[in-house]
Write a protein that binds this ligand. Structure first.
Ligand SMILES: [Zn+2]
Length: 278
């Protein structure tokens, strides 16, 4: 059996697959339990698990967790820990890298950027079918490119990251900072004169970020996903129209910007990690 895990900033979600498909599902709050401890509790109850595949909302390199702002890291050397202690194989990769693997496979594309706007702003890049990971595994951290100083500190330690404007957490922070009602949606922020500036800053920062990814990686297709995109699908056409004012024209030529068609790309990508290793 295979245990697939989506270790996100809010929830740890697990699914066990057997020969005939999905068998069981688990969910736990990321803030309440360490990832390794949680996996061990699942392994004790499900001794037939032989493969563990993890999509991780943080930085990972060669089976070692380097950094995660919102997940409890109890065992950084997670791959060697489980492979030495149990009879399992473990594969772990950054969540956006997992997402872009699944998106590239689904769309059958070789040059693709997956940009997800959820709690944070993330990017995964496949260039000529190769995943871009960088020297220490932290390449393509789009949310943390320097943009403008803010009154808030980012999870990475800086105060000028672009995701401090273009992310779900940014919207929450700015609403609080400007005394705007916290449950206003993105659409409501846009149509309200008092809060319109927050929306404008969000949209502009998102366009800058997407244009930067297009200019740097020259993808054929940009796939948008994540919680903010899921609840605001209209961003697809807004971005497709306005991106011409932001991206380098030659890099933008014939680029398609679309919303994801996948429900759970990160988890699907995690399940592909074993086959990629063989
Ligand atoms: Zn940052």
């Amino acid at each position: 059996m295979t245990l697939a895990i989506d270790a996100g900033g809010t929830y740890l979600r697990g699914e066990i697959y057997g020969a005939n498909g999905l068998l069981k599902k688990f969910r736990e709050k990321s803030s309440t339990i360490g990832l390794a401890f949680w996996i061990e509790s699942i392994l004790k109850e499900n001794t037939d698990i032989k493969v563990i595949c993890i999509s991780y909302a943080g930085q990972v390199k060669d089976g070692v967790i380097l950094l995660a702002p919102n997940i409890k890291i109890d065992i950084p050397e997670i791959k060697s820990y489980f492979e030495n202690k149990y009879e399992v194989e473990l594969f772990i990769e950054n969540d956006l890298n997992c997402a872009v693997l699944a998106e590239a496979n689904f769309l059958n594309e070789e040059d693709i950027c997956a940009i997800y706007v959820g709690t944070g702003l993330g990017l995964g890049v496949m260039s000529s079918s190769k995943l871009i990971t960088g020297f220490s595994g932290v390449a393509t951290e789009l949310g943390h490119i320097p943009y403008k100083e803010t009154p808030f500190k980012c999870g990475c330690g800086k105060n000028n990251c672009i995701e401090l404007f273009a992310s779900g957490l940014a919207l929450k922070n700015w609403k609080k900072y400007k005394n705007i009602e916290s449950n206003l949606t993105l659409q409501e922020l846009k149509s309200n004169t008092e809060s319109n500036k927050i929306y404008e800053e969000f949209e502009k920062a998102l366009l800058y970020a997407i244009a930067t990814a297009i200019t740097l990686f020259n993808p054929k297709i940009v796939v948008l996903g994540g919680g903010i995109i899921d609840s605001n699908p209209q961003l697809e056409s807004i971005i497709s129209t306005k991106i011409v004012n932001y991206a380098m024209p030659i890099a933008l030529k014939n680029v398609k910007i679309i919303n994801t068609k996948l429900k759970d790309a990160s988890l699907m990508g995690a399940l592909m990690l074993k086959a990629r290793d063989e």
